[in-house]
Write a new protein. Structure first.
Length: 77
């Protein structure tokens, strides 16, 4: 893994919605939604703890078949 830098240019040209659609339609490479990652590939665990509960960070099934849960050790305040 590497750290990369991106800069935003406040003076960059902005496009209208029609210009963006034209650029997409004229693109040499096909753009499809199928190129987006599947839910399994995303590896995201979304939690929504309330006060007194804990954020879950990771869930997996261990080699012994037991469910393993990693969570923050500080409850939501």
């Amino acid at each position: 893994m590497a750290i990369v830098t991106m800069e935003l240019d406040p003076d960059a040209t902005s496009y209208t919605d029609d210009e963006i659609v034209t650029k997409i339609n004229d693109a040499a490479n096909s753009i499809t939604r199928e190129a987006a990652l599947s839910q399994d590939d995303l590896k995201i665990l979304k939690t929504n703890p309330v006060v007194g509960e804990f954020y879950v960070k990771n869930v997996q099934r261990g080699a012994d078949g037991k469910l393993q849960v990693e969570y923050d050790d500080v409850a939501v305040i």
